[in-house]
Structure formats: C-alpha cells, structure tokens
Design a protein around this ligand. Structure first.
Ligand SMILES: Nc1ncnc2c1ncn2[C@@H]1O[C@@H]2COP(=O)(O)O[C@H]2[C@H]1O
Length: 169
C-alpha cells in the first residue's frame, strides 16, 4: 500500500468559531473545503473552557500579547465551536488559502472570511475585542500535528476512500 505521506497528504485542524456556528454558516463553509477535494476525517462540536483554550492557543499570548490572547480565548468560549480534521494533498496550505487573511478587512473576495466575515461590525480589528473571523486553521504542518492530536483521539479520526478516490485510482 502507498504511504500517503509520499503524496504530500496532510491532515489539518479547522475550527468553526462561535460566530460561524451561531450564524448558521457551518454547512456553507464546509462545502468550500469539500469542493476543494479536502476529505473530512473527523468532526465534533465542543464547548471550550479556559484550560482547553490555553492548550489550543498555547503560544498566542507570547506571540501577540495578553490583550489578543484574552479576547480571542474569551470569544472562543462564548458559544460552542465545531472542529474538523481535513485531509488532502497540501491540506494545511490549501485550507489557509480557502479561508483567507486573518483580518476580515484584508481577506480577499472568494475566501471564507472575505465573503462572510468582513461585513460584520465586530470583524474590525478593534483593540481589546476578538477578531470575529469565523474560522481557525492550523498555520503549518507542525502546528497541524499538535492541534489535530489535541482535539482528536486516534479513534475519532477515520480512514476511508471517497467516491472520487475510488473512481480515480
Ligand atoms: N492582528 C491581530 N489582531 C487581533 N487579533 C489577532 C490578530 N492576529 C491574530 N489574531 C487572533 O489570534 C488568533 C490566532 O489564531 P486564529 O486563526 O484562531 O485567529 C486569530 C485571531 O483571532
């Protein structure tokens, strides 16, 4: 059997943030990933707590300061989130392209944030307020490994062949 790592197949973590869940955008956002041939291999809803937020954003305070950390961690606990593991060739980079720039005001049309996040008042980068940018996605392959393992056990990730894979190979 071919080792999928030979083909550049990666797994990455996507978290649909409280604004995506409460605005009823989960389906439309997931469709974008599926349309790009990214395979859903794990999915769950979760109410994050302070301890889990710290584990997920373990270096955010050091990187961007306490204000960004506190607002982001607080926002992530404000309502349930939906976490998804996506698998595909160059999945980490592909997902980041699909979601667009971190700040909705800078996200290009056609991206998730550019299409759905920029028009909300709270999406502006207002000091002390969380950026409501709908989606979190792992920033690089190393981060993806850490985040996928943090959110999902081995028994919560699934191996299966999509219909397209069956036809293609
Ligand atoms: N310039 C910024 N201003 C405010 N918040 C930011 C900035 N850059 C990153 N963040 C927040 O930090 C988070 C890091 O991971 P996320 O992709 O979940 O989403 C990011 C934003 O919520």
């Amino acid at each position: 059997m071919t080792d999928s790592s030979d083909l550049g197949v990666e797994r990455t973590l996507v978290v649909l943030k409280p604004d995506a869940v409460t605005r009823g955008l989960a389906g439309r956002i997931l469709t974008r990933f599926e349309d790009a041939n990214l395979k859903i291999v794990g999915v769950k809803m979760k109410q994050m707590d302070a301890d889990f937020a710290r584990k997920h954003y373990f270096d955010l305070e050091e990187r961007l300061g306490a204000e960004v950390y506190n607002s982001t961690a607080g926002f992530m606990q404000s309502n349930p989130v939906m976490a998804v593991v996506l698998e595909g060739v160059n999945a980490v980079t592909t997902v980041r392209k699909i979601i667009g720039a971190t700040l909705p005001s800078e996200a290009a049309p056609g991206t998730v944030r550019g299409d759905f996040a920029h028009q909300t008042k709270a999406s502006a980068d207002v000091s002390g307020k969380a950026v409501m940018n709908l989606v979190h996605a792992s920033g690089n392959v190393e981060e993806a490994k850490y985040e996928v393992n943090l959110w999902f056990g081995e028994d919560e990730q699934f191996d299966y062949e999509t219909a397209a894979e069956k036809l293609a190979y």
